[in-house]
Design a binder for this molecule. Structure first.
Ligand code: PMP
Length: 380
């Protein structure tokens, strides 16, 4: 039986994208590949309205490190707003770099208020503020709009956004929100297999890179990659040819759908899934006003054991991820981002209903599906 992998990344990879991976690998100087790479870079820059974009082999963590390495030097002060495990990872990474790190950490499931951030910024000058747009561990979404507005009054401070669990699924407008560095990876809302790190950079952040001068990081250095991104005919590190083709296909899908439509689709379906889960007896960890559209973190009702639930759900054909940190064993993480359709969501909710039934939890078959579809199939 085919399993539907609904973890928060890697997300399901659709056939047209998957086909690109099976193509005969071309030389990276092959003129057709160079043209394809050029087109991807140009599309990504235009779609997210950045000055530059860097597309390199690596996972999201590499993209996080690339953002920090190129915009901050030892002893620079940075404020990290943490809404969970991946915000904490950003703190770790900044500490390793020898930065002067201040942290605002929320209780898991809640978000830091804009007032707390304003207060911090009034007391100290920061070279950068970093935030995870959607923290995958909690499903909390930061308000980039509000943060951008606050940072507008602090032109010396760069705005760094970890979009690993949001980019191409949640609204992120570099220019309008004043984002200076936006990072993501291929395996989440782009619906491409893992392996590509993407870093969008504003003009202001590129100037910061120049100010900093030489940095000790080699592979991560914008300066080494910039000539390649300007002209992919140049070599610095071997590009992952087939993954770039897969990304090109994913970008084409995004262009066909339209970014705004794509954000709206994620929002409507995300809410519908969350309402269906609530209807079945789960409570969502993230508070409603700060809840992400890209994934859900439902807490198990009394009497449901994590290991058993995920094992039976897998037998019913759906794979989800466990909780992280303090919520390990208490919730599961369900991704619903990228190129997934209504059929897949119906399958997921139905499999959850069957799992609850098999675990002797009171369930009314069809109740979750009803809620799901009533929320998705609204007429304009
Ligand atoms: N940031 C966020 C918000 C993430 O969800 C993840 C991965 N789950 C990462 C960073 C790290 O990405 P990767 O696992 O690709 O290194």
């Amino acid at each position: 039986n085919r399993e539907l992998v609904m973890i928060p990344g890697p997300t399901p990879v659709t056939e047209p994208i998957r086909k690109q991976l099976g193509r005969e690998t071309a030389a990276f100087k092959d003129p057709n590949f160079v043209e394809d790479f050029k087109e991807v870079i140009s599309d990504l820059t235009k779609l997210w309205n950045s000055s530059e974009v860097f597309v390199v082999s690596g996972s999201g963590t590499l993209a996080m490190e690339m953002a920090i390495a190129n915009t901050l030097k030892e002893t620079d002060s940075v404020l990290v707003i943490s809404h969970g495990f991946f915000g904490d990872r950003m703190v770790d990474l900044c500490k390793r770099k020898g930065l002067d790190v201040d942290v605002l950490s929320s209780k898991w499931g809640k978000a830091i208020s804009v007032e707390e951030i304003k207060e911090k910024l009034a007391k100290k000058k920061y070279k950068a503020v970093a935030v995870t747009h959607v923290d995958t561990s909690t499903g909390v979404k930061a308000s980039l709009d509000q943060l951008g507005e606050v940072l507008d009054k602090h032109p010396e401070t760069l705005f760094i956004v970890d979009g690993v669990c949001s980019t191409a699924g949640e609204p992120e407008f570099m220019y309008e929100m004043g984002i200076d560095v936006l990072i993501t990876a291929s395996q989440k809302a782009f619906g491409v297999p893992p392996g590509l790190a993407m870093v969008w950079v504003s003009e202001k952040a590129m100037s910061r890179r120049e100010e900093i001068g030489d940095i000790c990081e080699y592979y991560l250095d914008f300066d080494r990659w910039l000539p390649v991104m300007k002209n992919p005919d140049k070599y610095f590190g071997t590009p992952p040819v087939n993954l770039i083709w897969a990304l090109k296909e994913a970008v084409q899908i995004i262009k066909n759908e339209g970014l705004l439509e794509r954000f709206k689709r994620h929002q409507i379906r995300g809410r519908a899934v969350q309402k269906a889960l609530e209807g079945l007896g789960f409570e969502i960890l993230a508070e409603e006003n700060v809840r992400a559209s890209t994934l859900s973190n439902p807490l198990y009702p009394e009497g449901i054991e994590d290991g058993e639930f995920r094992k039976v759900l897998k037998e019913e054909g759906v794979v989800v991820a466990g909780g992280l940190g303090p919520y390990a064993g208490k919730l599961f993480r369900l991704g619903h981002m990228g190129n997934i359709d209504t059929n897949e969501l119906v399958t997921v909710i139905s499999a959850i209903e069957r799992t609850l039934f098999r675990l002797d939890y009171p369930v009314e078959f069809g109740k979750g599906i009803n809620i799901l579809l009533e929320n998705i199939m609204k007429k304009e």
